[in-house]
Design a protein around this ligand. Structure first.
Ligand code: C5P
Length: 222
């Protein structure tokens, strides 16, 4: 049993973070939500009135920004320059700009550098869009999660309702499709299944079923 790296990628709202957290807990591994890092930068840029298209200014901003992911018992918190922004980074303004912020090569390079530092000792579960292809190309386990867009929008809808966030199902479908399109078609490290990743379609599976399948696969590779 060694401390391996587990890369989980897939489109928006496919359930990556839900299962990644459970698996990290089961294995006592570190969970790294790379989407939260891009969201954190996007949040700060919007605060400062920086245009999400302006890669140069965003890069300057990122260099002087500390982004911390802190693991709590039941959930993890995200801090920007010491401020808790866990809830703010899920707001629609951030969600609607994050794919634009994330397309810039300089931003990705710096984010990937930070993400790789988290993983130097192994024992991580990392989720995102380019983990298996770029951030951890040597990860022992690579999983690509898919789900139909209707199911993804439904899950996000129920999640929002539960959290007391206003939710509109049709709008969620649109937002998810738009983000997938931007993330899949950008020039730098687009959303793509790594060649050596296994694919799981979670559309008709429960969380437990997905976790069980993944744990079986992980145990074979540990
Ligand atoms: O995972 P989440 O949906 O929170 O990610 C938010 C956005 O951050 C994605 O839509 C994508 O634009 C960007 N992202 C990325 N690469 C990653 C993780 C997230 O470009 N590894």
């Amino acid at each position: 049993n060694k401390n391996i790296s587990i890369a989980i990628d897939g489109p928006a709202a496919a359930g990556k973070s839900t299962v990644a957290k459970i698996i990290a807990q089961k294995l006592s591994y570190l969970y790294i939500d790379t989407g939260a890092m891009y969201r954190a930068l996007t949040w700060k840029a919007l605060q400062k009135g920086i245009d999400p298209e302006d890669g140069e200014q965003l890069f300057q901003l990122l260099k002087e920004t500390s982004i911390e992911l802190k693991q709590g018992k039941n959930h993890q918190k995200v801090f920007v320059d010491g401020q808790d922004v866990t809830e703010e980074i899920r707001l629609p303004e951030v969600t609607n700009s994050v794919s634009t912020v994330s397309k810039h090569a300089s931003i990705r390079e710096e984010m990937v550098r930070r993400q790789q530092q988290f993983a130097v000792n192994g024992g991580v579960v990392m989720d995102g869009r380019d983990i298996g292809t770029n951030v951890l190309p040597k990860a022992e386990v690579k999983i690509f999660l898919r789900a139909g867009v209707k199911e993804r929008a439904k899950r996000r809808y129920l999640e929002n309702v539960k959290k007391g966030i206003p939710a509109d199902y049709d709008q969620l479908v649109e937002e998810i499709l738009k983000r997938d399109e931007l993330d899949s078609n950008r020039e730098v490290a687009p959303l793509k299944k790594a060649e050596d990743a296994i694919e799981i379609d979670t559309t008709d599976l429960s969380i437990d079923q997905v976790v069980d399948q993944m744990m079986k696969y992980i145990k074979e590779r540990k």
